[in-house]
Design a protein around this ligand. Sequence first.
Ligand code: PGA
Length: 221
Amino acid sequence: MNEELYIIANWKMNPQTLDEALALANRVKEGVANTQGSKVVLCPPFPFISYILPSEHVEMGAQNCFWEGKGAFTGEISPRMLKELGCTYVILGHSERAKYLGETQEMVRKKTKAALEAGLRVVLCVGENEETPADAENLIVVYEPEWAISSEGGDAADSKLVAARIAKMRETLKTTPILYGGSTNSKNIQTFLQAGAQGALVGSASLDAEEFISLVKNAVS
Ligand code: PGA
């Protein structure tokens, strides 16, 4: 099994200006520059991606992509375009996309296939009652119950529940890293790692540079 830790920042539709996005990214890059033992990935909104270059310690990702490679798909972005901009990761299947945009599991499956074929690492969100996917090279799975997401007014899942869910997913996934997502912060990150998560998908705590840097440091300590 891959023992590396993954700390993946999901900025969602934040911040609102390029200046703020650059300041956040630059501070994070500086703050984690001497921290070994985890892969740190920033996933900003699409328009900011091309302004933020990956660094030695911070890789770049996107929050979505389309399943077709090119063509008449107004508003969509192909996996190849993301690679062109320096992305190595893409988050797929986030519950907010199902909730607000009607994204279905079938769409997520098609997107996952296309992104993996394009050579991106897919950070696939799996909710409480969703099926665990099969192992695949370059796949990372996140156990992320919708009710635990901070913007839903949720509280982080109990670490015993996370341990049980990860153990259940491990019956299917032998080699794929399994992360946890939902109200993680610098104070609770260790409890999820101790529960067997190999990292976290971090939402609101990734928008505060100092908090996110502390989260990364506490994860590897
Ligand atoms: P949160 O978001 O850390 O703010 O709960 C996590 C996510 O939605 O990916």
